[in-house]
Design a protein around this ligand. Structure first.
Ligand code: 5AD
Ligand code: SF4
Length: 446
């Protein structure tokens, strides 16, 4: 019998990369690859990289340097460790990666994961410097089965849309992930049913622009995300549905109405705004104003008053003045986010803003980021504190930090932990909230 082949996949960056990393393991499973938890134990290491911000490529090269030491030690023992680079840095850098670090056996972009079994087999046979960064016409998901019926954790990701046609001036996604593509409804439903049959009770629908979803429906016509969610809500055993990430301009009335009408659709919306200044938004090519964004928020709140709002912000976009930054602070205060991500602008090679005049000094960006994060942290703490004393539901997803505890999520995506019977793992339980910090809640099962 052939020896077991051991695979280690490390995902950086967004949730889609985590999902893709799982699918890479799925794609290689039929070839005899089983997952291990550390590169030291692996015969093949795949780095699923992210290119969205900050020296991403440099981080990959330093990780490759670390892996080289492991590979060299393996070689000294007469063994071999293969290394592959996948994801958005692979797409952006291509063959350059294998040139700079000859350790790398293969480079594969985000649209070519179904080619992995073939690439890996060729690398095993001795081929070097394999690069696959095409955007093939076929659907990569068609070629990636899930293998035997393994149980899954209770909350899973499911990619329904990929790529982006918006071309925000700072963003590398349209170049690394390519044009916007939606998966057909039937395929999404089949994958969701499969997940539920493996013990999944909550699905997070993923897409770089998920609310622009327009996959082909069973009637041959494009279906909106709202229609897709309605169909998913018909799956018995699927208790919770979420989606991320959305663009304000695609927040259609039917999707907003879904938040009022579909009980399985959780009251949480991640809606990046990036800036509160109309001049900056225009320079970012966002194609909406601060007022447009606030109008969307108002409609969403009218449909689902308790909704938890989340967002993304960039401080220090080229040319951003102090007054323009203050408009961002004001918008954040106006919305009152339950949770938000905020970043210093980072020039991405090949994007229009990277060469724009008026790049902002690091110290100024750091100071603005600290002020914004203070505001966001206060609002998050206030959102959490407001729920103390109330009853709600928690989906227990994993053992908690202390023995005898379980950890999970409320409908508003707050992390929650409780003393709880391990039998509740994977179940939605009724709880009372007894305490709140900025990042998590303590709850009691009732
Ligand atoms: N610099 C800083 N932040 C960025 N983001 C995307 N590109 C950049 C960049 N060049 C942020 C945006 C986006 C999130 C995923 O990452 O806020 O919504
Ligand atoms: Fe990037 Fe803008 Fe597309 Fe989001 S909408 S992925 S920020 S280009």
């Amino acid at each position: 019998m052939a020896e077991a082949k051991r695979l280690y996949v490390r995902a950086y960056g967004c949730q889609m990369n985590v999902y893709d990393a799982e699918r890479m393991a799925d794609a290689l499973a039929p070839e005899g690859w089983t997952s291990v938890d550390a590169p030291e134990d692996a015969d093949l290491v795949l780095l699923n990289t992210c290119h969205i911000r900050e020296k991403a490529a440099e981080k990959v090269y330093s990780e490759l340097g670390r892996l080289k030491r492991i590979a060299d030690a393996r070689k000294a023992d007469g063994g071999r460790m293969m290394v592959g680079v996948a994801g958005c840095v692979a797409q952006a850098e291509g063959a350059e990666i294998a040139r700079r670090q000859p350790l790398v056996d293969l480079v594969v972009g985000p649209q070519a994961y179904h080619r992995l079994p073939d690439l890996v087999a060729r690398a095993e046979a001795g081929a070097r410097g394999l690069v696959e960064t095409e955007f093939p016409a076929e659907d990569k998901f068609d070629h990636i089965g899930r293998g035997p019926k393994a149980r899954r954790g209770p909350a899973a990701f499911l990619t329904v849309q990929e790529g982006c046609d918006k071309f925000c001036a700072f963003c590398v996604v349209p170049y690394t992930r390519g044009a916007e593509v939606s998966r057909p409804v039937a395929k999404v439903l089949a994958e969701a049913r499969d997940l539920v049959s493996r013990g999944v009770v909550e699905i997070m629908l993923l897409g770089q622009n998920v609310n622009a979803y327009h996959g082909e429906g069973p009637d041959g016509r494009p279906w909106s995300l709202a229609r897709l969610i309605e169909a998913l809500a018909g799956i018995e055993g699927l208790a919770r549905i979420r989606y991320t990430t959305s663009h304000p301009n695609d927040m259609t009335d039917d999707l907003i109405a879904a938040h009022a009408e579909i009980p399985q659709l959780m009251p949480y919306l991640h809606l990046p705004v990036q800036s509160g200044s109309d001049r900056v938004l225009k320079a970012m090519n966002r194609r909406h104003t601060a007022a447009d964004y606030l109008r969307v928020i108002e409609k969403v709140r009218a449909a689902r008053p308790d909704i938890a709002l989340s967002g993304d912000f960039i401080v220090g976009f080229p040319g951003e003045t102090e007054a323009e930054f203050e408009a961002t602070l004001a918008l954040a205060a106006d919305v009152g986010y339950a949770h938000a991500f905020s970043f210093k602008y980072s020039p991405r090679p090949g994007t229009p803003a990277a060469d724009a005049p008026g790049q902002i000094a690091e110290a100024v960006m750091a100071e603005r980021l600290a002020r914004l994060q203070e505001r966001l942290a206060d609002d998050q703490a206030a959102f959490n504190a407001a729920i103390v004393g109330r009853e709600t539901d928690v989906l227990f997803e994993k053992p908690g930090r202390e023995p005898g505890q379980l950890g999970g999520r409320t409908p508003w995506l707050q992390a929650a932990h409780a003393e709880a019977d391990p039998a509740l793992l994977g179940r939605v339980a009724r709880v009372r909230v007894v305490g709140a910090g900025r990042n998590s809640l303590s709850v009691q099962v009732i």
